[in-house]
Design a protein around this ligand. Structure first.
Ligand code: ATP
Length: 218
């Protein structure tokens, strides 16, 4: 069975960098689908500017019409802090993917470098493969990774995407995507200054932001 991609994030708001990452990962890594999982209460950062429900709705709007993208509201609906390992355990135990289907966690190079700060981070490798997207401004270099992560990376790195289908979890695959220097932070800044983030996020998301007057506080 082809691997299932898992894409978590705060998505505050979702933007074209996220969409291209998921789209290009699908093609480069041979994923059957990408399951988008917005964080409800992100454990490692300040409270998002938009509510959990708004962020979920913006992702729903952004991925609408793409049959290879699906939405998972599990973290948004939970009253627990959002941690990736329990989320992956839920997917494995709930029948969404069973224990044997390859899962591929999609993350940007900046998020990957912070992995040792994640709750039970080493368990990630038992639950999923990790595909690391290059992101402008965040070079993926072993010398720059925290040493426990650098060791895991050296042990698990693989540049053949076909290897992802051969085991349920455990590999780390860097992949190149069209470099897009877009961030949710920049979009929030533009909106707070009453400037337009048009063409950085889908029009439907922009409409939603405007309609609900999101991100206007400075
Ligand atoms: P913020 O600016 O608020 O920190 P963000 O733009 O990084 O947000 P997140 O929701 O935190 O967005 O990111 C979700 C995932 O997408 C992370 O793994 C992040 O590394 C990745 N990502 C976000 N933007 C890009 C981009 N332009 N290129 C590659 N990866 C990206």
């Amino acid at each position: 069975m082809r691997p299932l991609g898992i894409f978590g994030g705060t998505f505050d708001p979702v933007h074209l960098g996220h969409l291209r990452l998921a789209e290009e990962a699908t093609n480069a890594l041979g994923l059957a689908k990408v399951r988008w999982i917005p964080a409800g209460r992100p454990a490692l950062r300040e409270s998002p500017g938009a509510s959990a429900g708004q962020r979920l709705e913006m992702v729903r709007l952004a991925i609408a019409g793409n049959p290879r993208f699906e939405l998972d509201a599990g973290e948004i609906e939970s009253d627990q802090p959002s941690y990736t390992v329990p989320t992956l355990e839920r997917l494995r135990d709930s029948g969404v993917c069973g224990q044997q289907r390859p899962l591929v966690l999609l993350i940007g190079a900046d998020a990957f470098a912070g992995l040792p700060g994640w709750h039970r981070w080493r368990s990630l490798f038992d639950l999923a493969h990790i595909a690391v997207a290059y992101r402008p401004g965040y070079e993926l270099q072993i010398a720059n990774l925290p040493s426990p992560l650098a060791e895991e990376f050296c042990r698990r790195a693989c540049d053949n995407p076909d290897a992802l289908s051969e085991a349920p979890a455990g590999r780390v695959v860097p992949f190149a995507m069209t470099p897009l220097g877009i961030s949710a932070t920049r979009i929030r800044e533009l909106l707070a200054q009453r400037l337009s983030p048009r063409y950085l996020t889908p029009d439907a998301v922009l409409e939603h932001i405007r309609h609900h007057s999101l991100y206007q506080e400075t």
